[in-house]
Design a binder for this molecule. Structure first.
Ligand SMILES: [Zn+2]
Length: 318
């Protein structure tokens, strides 16, 4: 398929482990992808150099390739309007950093900065499991727990472009201290990290081998595989995870009244095992008219944020 040079958008998915980039056309199709390990110790200036390097690599592999704008998906908190990051957990040196402006200077095209939950929600809305829905909530359940909300057929941005920081909703005021400074945030109970930590802690305390693995060797997928095989220790962990997810989903249903929840991130790969427990929790705790939202797995995987960032950048640059 022939594309004119100006059709391409550089999408960057900036994370604490990986820096991924793609060339995306205006219809949201990924043309090429590249990734680097994020230079965390080098700080923000090093990351800008890495973004330029990824852009170069992608363009050199794309004959006549030229980018017209760029969209960066970044963990929050950040100010999307100002294009600045705040104090990013696990990423020192980014507090107040004008990421969009620095990238614009380096790349020579307009750059928008988007919260990663928003970018992924937008991608799933335009190309994935949220297609056709005017009201849905996207959740990513992985290292942390983040998300984005589509409300009345629009991405809910909030004053600083960081609405729907759902992982920091308090679910236990007496719970453990969170990196955000608050206690008992939802992600401390329901994220993939928390789910795995609970499994390892419990296996240690009860001296249990899971699928032959020592406690510190257990991975998330082992818990699901063991539960699938009828292991009661793993089944109880999955049930508990489903309850924690259900607890947040009930609150989000009451607040946003979405027609659908789209769940991404590693934990959602085994959503079929979690759904009975999530729906059971909803039955017990949501008001009757709020029990109708469907809950489905995200469709775009790792590409959701790249596609969403590209399409958001494309719309702003028109
Ligand atoms: Zn928190």
């Amino acid at each position: 398929m022939n594309k004119s040079a100006d059709d391409l958008i550089l999408a960057v998915d900036f994370g604490g482990t990986q820096l991924r980039a793609a060339l995306v056309d205006r219809s949201g199709q990924i043309i090429a992808r590249e990734a680097l390990r994020t230079d965390v110790s080098g700080g923000p200036d090093a990351v800008i150099v890495q973004i330029a390097e990824l852009s170069q690599r992608l363009l050199s592999a794309t004959p006549n390739g030229k980018i017209s704008c760029a969209g960066i998906s970044s963990p929050g908190p950040l100010d999307a309007k100002q294009g600045r990051t705040f104090n990013l957990v696990l990423l020192p040196g980014f507090d107040g950093y004008p990421l969009a402006e620095c990238a614009r200077e380096k790349l020579g095209v307009s750059v928008v900065l988007e919260h990663d939950g928003h970018a992924a929600a937008y991608g799933e809305w335009k190309q994935g499991a949220g297609r056709g829905f005017d009201d849905f909530i996207y959740l990513t359940i992985s290292t942390g727990l983040g998300g984005g909300a589509i409300v009345n057929g629009q991405l809910l941005r909030g004053e600083g472009g960081m609405a729907a920081h759902v992982g920091h909703m308090t679910v236990d005021p007496n719970g453990p201290l969170c990196g955000c400074g608050n206690r008992g945030c939802w992600e401390l109970f329901a994220s993939g990290t928390s789910f795995l930590a609970r499994a390892r802690e419990r296996a240690t305390a009860q001296n249990i081998l899971l699928l032959g693995r020592q406690a510190d060797e257990i991975e998330t997928v082992d818990i699901f595989n063991a539960a699938r095989g009828g292991n009661s220790f793993a089944e109880a962990l999955v049930e508990e995870e489903a309850e924690w997810l259900g607890r947040g989903i009930v609150s989000l249903s009451h607040i946003f009244n979405p027609a659908r929840f789209v769940l991404g991130g590693g934990v959602s790969n085994n959503l079929d095992l979690l759904l009975p427990g999530i729906f059971a929790f909803i039955e017990r705790h949501a008001m009757l008219p709020f029990r109708t939202a469907s809950i489905v797995k995200a469709e775009l995987g790792d590409n959701a944020g790249l596609i969403g960032a590209a399409l958001l950048a494309s719309e702003k640059s028109i």
